[in-house]
Design a protein around this ligand. Structure first.
Ligand code: PLP
Length: 391
């Protein structure tokens, strides 16, 4: 008897379609070059935008924290797992983000789920961009509020939703700051204006903008000079910040409420000392080494121009996330495999992560890539693209 036969059947379908993917093992640290299958290749798939995963200041902070406070915390924040370093880091993060307060969650995913599932009731409406991140979608699935999905970055459709929901107690409009699969940026000034006109709250998920956009990587709110006009900012400590975690930055009252009601915060153990100390060091690096953000953007421009010159369709990205559009799922995976043979790791992204027919290889350059790395990567894209008839 095999009770998992139904799962095996489904997996076989993916295998037949060419979309079944074993996990890719890195045999080295996460750098601009990594070792895969015993070979050194150029990494174009990580979210390590600024190279902070291996920054000496973060590593030292983590090691010192382990020596001093141990490997784990032994409790959730609300019982016995709040160390002084957790509170100090949140205060520092709030200062950095120009908000009254900040609260750290285990991940960006749980931060979104925690906020969206806790602060709304059946009297409220949540209004969400169609291409928001899965963690926003799952958070919305857990709320009792009514839902409205507006077409991706479509302000008319958003206004329609705001007009039609005026009897609700609270409307919360939620959007990614930078969209993770396309690299486009939300029209935040216009969204904020609409929300002010219709008296709605705004929540921005800056996972791909933290450390990337705004002064010293403060995010899209700072980038658009909207400090004080966005009610809730969610971000991650797992991407450009280089470590692990998510945060909510906003007013004191929101932090207080989440501490008492956000279930991932209440029911999951707090970050180990090494994580918190490394995150704290990362904020210092963002403040002290703004040249990392500058280098990231220089590399972004160089690589985007190179791909466009080769004739690739790179969608509508305005950020270091550059999708190379392919279309069919199996072709995207084949493109990714061919790139790996050519010395570049760039993962294929297919349904359900992106809509059917819009499969792509998604690239992310980092501040750590040299010009030679990127030139070498462009040569690999040219060879693989020609081989498969993509260009
Ligand atoms: C990656 C991502 C998250 C999740 O962040 P983690 O810290 O990795 O859990 C949330 N929202 C968006 C838009 C993301 O891209």
């Amino acid at each position: 008897m095999n009770s998992f036969e139904y799962l095996e059947k489904e997996i076989q379908v993916w295998k037949d379609r060419g979309t079944y993917r074993p996990l890719t093992e890195l045999e080295s640290e996460q750098g601009s070059k990594v070792s895969i299958n015993g070979r050194e290749v150029i990494q174009l798939s990580s979210n390590n935008y600024l190279g902070l995963t291996t920054h000496p200041r973060l590593k030292r902070a983590a090691l010192e924290a382990v020596e001093r406070y141990g490997a784990g915390t032994g409790s959730v924040r609300t019982i016995a797992g709040t160390f002084s370093m957790h509170e100090e880091f949140e205060a520092k993060l709030a200062r950095f983000k120009h908000t009254e307060a900040a609260l750290v969650f285990q991940s960006g995913f749980t931060a979104n789920v925690g906020v969206l599932s806790s602060i709304l009731s059946e009297k409220d409406v949540v209004i969400s961009d169609a291409l928001n991140h899965a963690s926003i979608i799952d958070g919305i699935r857990l709320t009792k509020a009514s839902r409205r999905i507006y077409r991706h970055v479509d302000l008319e459709d958003l206004e329609k939703a705001l007009k039609e929901t005026q009897t609700a107690r609270t409307r919360l409009v939620v959007t990614d700051g930078v969209f993770s699969m396309d690299g486009d940026v939300a029209p935040l000034p216009e969204i904020v204006e609409l929300c002010e006109k219709y008296d709605a709250l705004v929540m921005v998920d800056d996972a791909h903008a933290s450390g990337v956009m705004g002064r010293n990587g403060r995010g899209t709110v700072d980038h658009f000079d909207l400090n004080g006009r966005v009610h809730i900012q969610v971000g991650t400590l797992s991407k450009a910040v280089g470590v692990l975690g998510g945060y909510v930055a906003g007013p004191f009252v929101l932090r207080d409420y989440l501490i008492h009601r956000a279930r991932p915060f209440l029911f999951s153990t707090s970050h180990p000392p090494a994580v918190t100390a490394a995150c704290s060091a990362a904020i210092d690096v963002l403040l002290d080494e703004p040249q990392l953000v500058d280098r990231l953007w220089e590399n972004t421009r160089f690589f985007k121009e190179g791909l466009a010159r080769l004739g690739f369709d790179t969608g509508k990205s305005e950020t270091p996330i550059t999708p190379v559009m392919v279309g069919e799922d199996a072709l995207a995976m084949k493109f990714s495999d061919t790139l790996l043979q050519e010395g570049v790791y760039a993962q294929g992204i297919v349904f359900p992560t992106v809509p059917k027919g819009q499969a792509r290889v998604r690239t992310i350059v980092t501040a750590g890539h040299s010009k030679e790395d990127l030139e070498q990567a462009l040569t690999a894209f040219e060879r693989a693209g020609k081989k498969l008839g993509i260009i």
